[in-house]
Design a protein around this ligand. Structure first.
Ligand SMILES: Nc1ncnc2c1ncn2[C@@H]1O[C@H](COP(=O)(O)OP(=O)(O)OP(=O)(O)O)[C@@H](O)[C@H]1O
Ligand SMILES: [Mg+2]
Length: 411
């Protein structure tokens, strides 16, 4: 028994936001960010988009030290909880995030005076903590936009004399930000207007938003100037070489406890489609399996079908399970399109449904159902009347399923 290998813990990290043992590729994306950091006046901000599990969160984490090295301050948070429904919530979020870097500096802030002391406010030098920033927000007359601009500008005035080069505001899962015309709440517009306005004044506050691919269209729908305000970086699957690195580097660092043949590495690259989450998932399984097999002295062969089943059960089945039969039929039609890995039009889906279903879909129905599937995070709108799967390899999974319940036209 190879006892030595038992002491090595599995280096692979399949999990949302878990830093991988080795972050492969992404050099081009880091360079884009580096160039944005070099702007004298902020003309462009970053929108980092990509499918689920492609590595947006961990890349964002990796950009943070880069920004700090360049003299920038970094604040931000995860917008997965919908804090963003009301403008006031967004403003408080910005103040809370900003206070992390401003509470060490002070500025003259107008604040309510205790009762019986003449006029209702007085100006005092205060440390710019959350309370002070929200006081600036509340004491400033006008609309939410005037108030938030006042807080941002005050924060920068206090920080400008320090060494700080600027402040990066990094928001993950930013596709959750949206305007709500029905409730007369426009938090996304507020964010865009506020940053555009302070940036025009030469204040170096930069936005870095990450999210699913619908992020950019929704920014543009909210404010057309977003098209010019953001450099969109679409994070894609890793190249074959980078995928190999993502697999092999951690193994090399684990001092040879597990060695994979070239054929096994090729199999993992192929199975994962180069998608980082799948690489971590498959490698974790292969690593566990190989450690045991080597202990037993068996030849190490990747247990491909077992891993695939586990991936289906862990990653895809839950998402599939919540769909109605008709939604599944629609997904099956989409997965049957020749170029289902690319985006497709509603018309493509309607036509395909006429070929493969006994009860085809009408175009209006497809529009409606795709909107619901979009809310579930399964598809996204990639352009006018065009959609794509938001989850990598979902089409493959759907094709793998036996569509027993599917009433085929010629059946
Ligand atoms: N460049 C990379 N090299 C190797 N592994 C990576 C890389 N990028 C991400 N990963 C791994 O992929 C998985 C998913 O990463 P992450 O959570 O950052 O994706 P995401 O795009 O933010 O997903 P989601 O859309 O669900 O938020 C993690 O297990 C992470 O360790
Ligand atoms: Mg993420």
């Amino acid at each position: 028994m190879n006892l030595r290998s038992r002491s090595f813990s599995n280096p692979f990290r399949p999990g949302a936001g878990h830093l991988p043992p080795y972050l492969a590729g992404r050099e081009a994306e880091k360079q884009v960010f580096d160039r944005l950091l070099a702007q004298e006046v902020i003309l462009e901000n970053m929108a980092l988009t990509g499918l689920r599990g492609v590595g947006k969160t961990v890349l964002l984490e990796t950009l943070k030290p880069l920004a700090i090295e360049r003299g920038w301050l970094w604040v931000g948070s995860d917008l997965s909880e919908v804090v963003s429904l009301r403008e006031e919530h967004l403003a408080m979020r910005l103040c809370a995030d900003l206070s992390i870097v401003t509470s060490s500096v002070s500025a003259p802030v107008e604040q309510p005076r205790p009762l019986g002391f003449g006029s209702c406010t007085e100006t005092v030098e205060r440390s710019l903590d959350y309370q002070a920033l929200t006081d600036v927000y509340r004491q400033t007359p006008g609309l939410a936009l005037d108030k938030i601009k006042a807080a941002l500008e005050m924060a920068w005035r206090a920080l400008a004399p320090t060494e700080a080069r600027g402040i990066v505001f990094a928001y993950d899962e930013a596709q959750n930000l949206a305007d709500h015309a029905d409730k007369e709440q426009y938090p996304l517009s507020l964010l865009l207007d506020a940053f555009q306005s302070v940036q025009r004044k030469g204040i170096p506050l930069m936005l870095v938003l990450t999210g699913l691919p619908m992020l950019f269209p929704s920014l543009v729908a909210s404010r057309t100037f977003s098209e010019r305000m953001f450099r969109v970086v679409f994070l894609d699957r890793l190249s074959e070489d980078d995928s190999r690195e993502a697999i092999q580097r951690p193994l090399a660092n684990a001092q040879g406890a597990v060695r994979l043949s070239d054929a096994t590495v090729d199999t993992i690259v192929k199975m994962s489609g180069g998608y980082p989450y799948f690489i971590q998932f498959i490698c974790k399984e292969v690593y566990d399996a190989f450690i045991q097999r080597m202990d037993g002295g068996e030849d190490a062969v990747a247990p491909v079908s077992g891993i695939m089943q586990k991936l289906d059960a862990n990653f895809f089945a839950g998402r599939w399970g919540r769909l109605t039969d008709r939604q599944r039929e629609l997904m099956f039609v989409m997965a049957s399109l020749d170029d289902s890995d690319e985006d497709f039009s509603v018309q493509d889906v309607v036509e395909k449904s006429r070929i493969i279903l006994s009860k085809p879909f009408a175009s209006s129905h497809v529009h409606q159902m795709l909107a619901t599937l979009g809310d579930y995070g399964l598809v996204f709108k990639s352009g006018y009347g065009r959609y794509a799967f938001a989850i990598p390899l979902l089409a493959d999974y759907i094709r793998r399923l036996r569509m027993d319940a599917m009433p085929a036209r010629n059946a």
